[in-house]
Design a protein around this ligand. Structure first.
Ligand code: ADP
Ligand code: MG
Length: 663
């Protein structure tokens, strides 16, 4: 019998040892490493602790390990670390699992909406702040956690802000329970119909709370927690040369492209990090870079583009952390995730067009939209700081110096500029306000925007939940249709096959069903998983469908289906009765209705805003009298996306509380 070594060949073993050594060295060299003992001591002494440290100092990856080694996971307790972004939770958990020399999902795991890698063995758990809020619904004392680390608190996302409020309460309740030696009281005035798990044992240990921030101003957090102790971790920063443009840049995407090649051809070695606002910009710039690189002489064409944004599959996200082969320059195209949430090594040049996509809410009109706005000074500084992590660097700001002075100092907390319905529902469901009806409760448990949750409940009543479930899944992912610039005509022709003259929602249902049929066929032919995957991939290519988005939609679909089944909703289909389905869409999305105006534009009924149909809509040319829509995008104009033609009379009939006409 041949013998096998568990560790593989001597060469592999050597490689493995080298990697372990490298990781040990890297960990030791982080600024936070020198204060490990102090941090653990402070965490023992203080129930609430604030840790401030520059991006890259090692807060996110190291602190949870320090706490673990410091004995904070005794009795099977878990250290939870929240992140505002999914990508950060995923990539950091992977990195930390590797640092711990363990597989992801054992000691270290992550849990984000629609993707959970944790197991019973998990002790260091990275998750999104939204997910922890949801967990608090089921376990109001968060009893399995010994410590909650709220990371990136400086970002002030709605979830983070709400979470801080909630954690303060949980901490209080647990402290009381612990003092009185009691088992779990009915905290937060929590309604009885939710499951309550008690803390293990008869006593409830206090909850440790650690707030981490990259902004030097910790005072607001400290004040909020009654003067909590703040510890500053010294960072390491090399000088960064800041360059501005002489003129305003009308097209920042084009300016980014030009700057990338300017650096590539004229500057010394070092990787480039460019900040863009979203997936579409990143994908199109990636294509343009490769197109242009092909025109260069072979010795200077070596460029490797690695995108990183939240909906990118995680294996591809990880590329951004790998080093490029010798002689190749890595260009990382990132959203503001790379500002503070994740640290990418090797960056020497930063390109900052000065823009960011942000949620905006108009409380007068009740409309929420995603808009592209200038960054704040604090963001611009964070971005330029990324160039000076390992040595002196350069930051190219694609705007004039005079513009910098006009930027706001720091971003307005999201809670002041978004639609709070989701949060309010969650808070209500958490018993913070006990006026809550059964529908609200069901909705708060679905991992969806309330409008989508409501749509599912309404459609179950109207017997077309099957179709609505597909629509909600397809709307929960990034663009389904793939239209490369060089093949626009072909892409259009392919889409024709799915188009419904009734609008985009039914078109999406058609795409989903056709894809499901393709999978079904190969399943019936007893194909292996890999073959099925290939068949679907081919089908997507032929039909100009974004394979990644579609797979994500399938995944979301199966998860929401699980939820609605648990809720006991009726999973029936309306068959061919598309009038019924459109009526259902109207009942669900009545707030987003728009009427055509004589000049061909539309008027959003709830707000009176003037809007245009987005060119991507199948109704772009037909322009029906009345539509409901799912998304308002504001670029140069207000565009409405994902439209369905409806009868305006349905509005008064199906949403009389909103549209009833006076007789
Ligand atoms: P902070 O939270 O203070 O900004 P992090 O703990 O995120 O710092 O990062 C500390 C260091 O860990 C980074 O400078 C980088 O060298 C390394 N690091 C973090 N994530 C990864 C990763 N996914 N792959 C490789 N190195 C990483
Ligand atoms: Mg961090």
């Amino acid at each position: 019998m041949p013998s096998f070594s568990a560790r593989g060949s001597p060469h592999k073993q050597q490689q493995y040892q080298r990697r372990r050594q490298e990781i040990r060295q890297q960990r030791k060299s982080l600024p936070i490493a020198s204060v490990e003992k102090r941090l653990v001591d402070e965490a023992r002494k203080n129930d609430t602790l604030i840790i401030v440290g520059e991006t890259g100092s090692g807060k996110t990856t190291q602190l949870p390990q320090f706490l673990y080694d410091g004995g904070f996971c005794q009795d099977g307790k878990v250290i939870g670390i929240t992140q505002p972004r999914r990508v950060a939770a995923q990539t950091v958990a992977k990195r930390v699992a590797e640092e711990c020399n363990d597989q992801l999902g054992r000691k270290v795991g992550y849990s984000i909406r629609f993707d959970d890698s944790t197991s019973n063995a998990t002790r260091i758990k990275y998750m999104t702040d939204g997910l922890l809020l949801r967990e608090a619904l089921l376990d109001p004392l968060l009893s399995k956690y010994s410590v909650i680390v709220v990371d990136e608190a400086h970002e002030r996302t709605v979830h983070t802000d709400v979470l801080l409020g909630l954690l303060k309460k949980v901490q209080h309740s647990r402290a009381n329970a612990s003092k009185n030696g009691k088992t779990l009281p009915d905290v937060l005035g929590h309604s009885q119909n939710l499951t309550q798990k008690s803390c293990q044992g008869s006593r409830c240990a206090p909850l440790k709370l650690i707030i981490m921030s990259a902004s030097l101003d910790a005072k607001c957090f400290s004040d909020y927690f009654g003067g909590a102790k703040a510890v500053h971790v010294q960072g390491r920063q090399y000088p960064v040369d800041i360059l501005y443009t002489y003129q305003p840049e009308p097209d920042y995407l084009d300016a980014t492209l030009v700057t990338i090649f300017q650096i590539h051809l004229e500057e010394g070695p070092g990787d480039i990090l460019a900040f863009l606002t979203g997936q579409e910009e990143i994908e199109s710039l990636e294509r343009l870079i490769y197109e242009r690189a092909r025109l260069l002489p072979p010795e200077s064409s070596k460029i490797w583009v690695t995108p990183i944004y939240s909906s990118l599959p995680s294996e591809q996200q990880m590329n951004a952390f790998k080093s490029a082969p010798a002689g190749t320059r890595k260009v990382v195209l990132a959203t503001n995730i790379a500002e503070t949430s994740v640290t990418i090594t090797g960056i020497k040049y930063v390109i900052d067009p000065g823009m960011v996509k942000a949620r905006a809410y108009n409380p007068v009109t009740g409309m929420e939209s995603l808009i592209i706005i200038p960054v704040s000074k604090a963001q611009a500084l964070q971005r330029s700081g990324r160039a000076g992590r390992e040595g002196p660097g350069k930051c190219f700001r694609l705007f004039q110096e005079s513009e910098f002075d006009k930027l706001v100092d720091s971003t307005v907390p999201e809670i002041k500029r978004c639609n709070l319905s989701n949060v309010v529902l969650q808070l209500k469901a958490l018993g913070i306000d006990d006026i809550i009806d059964p529908v609200g409760h069901q909705m708060a448990r679905l991992p969806l925007d309330p409008m989508y949750s409501k749509a599912l409940i309404v459609s179950s009543e109207l017997k077309c939940l099957e179709e609505m479930l597909i629509v909600v899944s397809m709307l929960s992912v990034e663009s389904i249709f793939f239209s490369p610039r060089e093949k626009l005509e072909e892409a259009r022709a392919a889409r024709k096959g799915f188009e419904s003259s009734e609008g985009d929602h039914i078109t999406l249902v058609n795409v989903y069903r056709a894809a499901a049929e393709c999978l079904e066929k190969s399943k019936n032919a007893n194909a292996k998983e890999k073959t099925m995957e290939k068949a679907l991939n081919r089908w997507c290519r032929e039909n100009f469908i974004n394979h990644r988005s579609l797979k994500h939609a399938f995944d979301v679909h199966s998860q929401i289906q699980g939820h609605v089944q648990q809720m006991g909703l009726n999973l029936s289909s309306c068959g061919d009765d598309m009038v019924l389905f459109r009526r259902c869409l109207t009942a669900a999305f009545f707030l987003n209705a728009a009427m055509r105006q004589p000049d061909g534009s539309y008027r959003a009924l709830a707000t009176g805003q003037s809007v245009q149909t987005h060119p991507s809509s199948v109704l772009f040319r037909t322009k029906p009298d009345c539509v409901i829509f799912n998304e308002l995008v504001r670029t140069t104009q207000n565009y409405i996306k994902n439209l369905t033609r409806i009868d305006p009379l349905w509005l008064a009939e199906l949403a009389p509380q909103y549209y009833a006409t006076e007789d």
